[in-house]
Design a protein around this ligand. Structure first.
Ligand code: FES
Length: 111
């Protein structure tokens, strides 16, 4: 059970292990993942230019979040693990409420 200010997401890491973490207000999804020690490098610091924060979400959530920005889409399409239905850059996702209770899967590392 969550309150209006508390959002909990279930995160699956690259080893397939999952755990629930709390998404604090004011954070992007990338910051939440990084603060909870998931393998999200976020080397560009959240400016949609590195793609090291790539995650997969359910298609229904991706649809609900709406269009990706041009920069985000371009980077994702260059990723070898791009999935048109499920890929997002987590630094570009800040809609906490839309993801309450959702599962977020960290994308595999690029070769
Ligand atoms: S942190 Fe670099 S693209 Fe998201």
């Amino acid at each position: 059970m969550t309150t209006a200010t508390q959002t909990v997401i279930n995160v699956v890491d690259r080893d397939g292990a999952s755990r629930s973490v709390e998404w604090e207000p004011g954070q992007t999804l990338m910051e939440t993942l990084r603060d909870n020690d998931f393998e999200v490098l976020a080397s560009c610091g959240g400016t949609a230019s590195c793609a090291t924060c790539h995650v997969f979400l359910d298609k229904s959530i991706v649809d609900e979040l709406g269009e990706r920005s041009e920069d985000e889409l371009e980077l994702l399409e260059e990723s070898e693990h791009y999935d048109a239905n499920r890929s997002r850059l987590s630094c570009q996702v800040d809609a906490r409420e839309a993801l309450d209770g959702a599962t977020v899967t960290v994308a595999p590392e690029e070769d």
